[in-house]
Design a protein around this ligand. Structure first.
Ligand code: F6P
Length: 341
């Protein structure tokens, strides 16, 4: 078989282990892998690269994606989806593995309904895709944020400051909550629950009352005050209708300083959370996802996506990935709350 592989949407540590696993397994079985560059853009432009043992050698530990990625939506270009289907044929593909988040998999779902043989692999550092318990990249992001919180502790403590740390998480507080618990954040704010500044400040003041003259507040970029619009860097939308988030940390930091009188600083971690080497967990998970996706292709389970349930990799319909955002399990937030203030 000749199988195409593409990575779409935001990059994430663990993508290369998936690509490597698909390629190595396919070569072992005598199949060919064609890498498609920059997500759906590569299929629109027939920008491809043949993958062999040599091209996937030495990539297991590397972050990002050797195939490149983009947020191109073929359904937003005049005749885009027709072109994708035509190019799929002209490239003599027998199947396509799309690795991506809700947007990339949303396109994969539509193309499958229109006749392409597509299989999906879920990807997002935000861990907010329905159907799968975890996605690779999330564990790496959590560990990076945890290390940053550890570092912020020592400087906050030395200066008797409040430090607000803004982390990724557009719709869900998974990174904020996991890293906040692991790093000992003194307050954690998530998109699922509106921010109550008074409560945050009371908790910081109560720490001061027992001699803790510094605090770390972790806030997800998608968290917000009641009935306010999301805080964004610009209003422009990408091809999937998303705005660029960012700025809640700054806004919150100013309010905390005003309300408590304690000197406050803000750190925005941004893309540091998506860069660099994947953790062992994400390397193993990515490898398992890659092998599973290949097996789905070989057993003609098209229109399906590999996903993790408990410790098993299973197949679910592609639609399930995009049906519902998986918001934070609030039982975990209840545990985090024990340590506020
Ligand atoms: O969806 C993953 C994510 O990391 C979000 O948390 C964030 O809002 C977005 O990607 C930012 O992506 P970019 O800056 O690459 O457009």
């Amino acid at each position: 078989m000749k199988i195409g592989v593409l990575t779409g949407g935001g990059d994430c540590p663990g993508l290369n282990p998936v690509i490597r696993a698909i390629t190595r397994k396919a070569l072992q079985e005598g199949d060919q892998i064609l890498g498609i560059r920059h997500g759906w853009k590569g299929l629109l432009e027939k920008d491809t690269i043949a993958l062999d043992q040599r091209s996937v050698s030495g990539i297991l530990h590397r972050g990002g994606t050797i195939l490149g990625t983009s947020r191109t939506n073929p359904y937003k270009t005049e005749g885009g989806s027709e072109k994708v289907k035509k190019n799929y044929k002209e490239l003599s593909l027998d199947a396509l593995i799309a690795i991506g988040g809700e947007d990339t998999l949303g396109v994969a779902t539509k193309l499958h309904k229109e006749g392409l043989k597509v299989v999906g692999v879920p990807k997002t550092i935000d861990n907010d895709l329905g159907a799968t318990d975890f996605t690779f990249g999330f564990d790496t992001a959590v560990n990076i944020v945890m290390e940053c919180i550890d570092r912020l502790h020592t400087t906050a403590e030395s200066h008797d400051r409040v430090i607000v740390v803004e982390v990724m998480g557009r719709h869900a507080g998974w990174i904020a909550c996991y890293a906040g618990i692991a790093g000992g954040g003194d307050y954690i704010l998530i998109p699922e629950i509106p921010i109550d500044v008074e409560k945050v400040c009371d908790s910081i003041k109560s720490r001061h009352a027992i001699g803790k003259n510094f605090s770390i507040v972790v806030v997800a970029e998608g968290a917000n005050f009641k009935e306010e619009d999301l805080i964004t860097q610009e209003k422009k939308l990408d091809e999937f209708g998303h705005v660029r988030l960012g700025g809640i940390g700054d806004k919150l930091g100013k309010l905390i300083e005003k309300e408590t009188g304690y000197e406050t600083r803000v750190t925005v971690l941004g893309h540091i959370q998506r860069g660099g080497s994947p953790t062992a967990f994400d390397r193993v998970l990515g490898t398992r996802f890659g092998v599973k996706a290949y097996e789905l292709v070989k057993s003609a389970k098209f229109g399906k996506m590999a996903c993790l349930r408990g410790n098993e990799l299973i197949a679910v319909p592609l639609e399930e990935a995009t049906k519902k955002i998986k918001t934070l399990d609030l039982k975990l937030y209840d545990i985090a709350k024990i340590f506020f203030g």
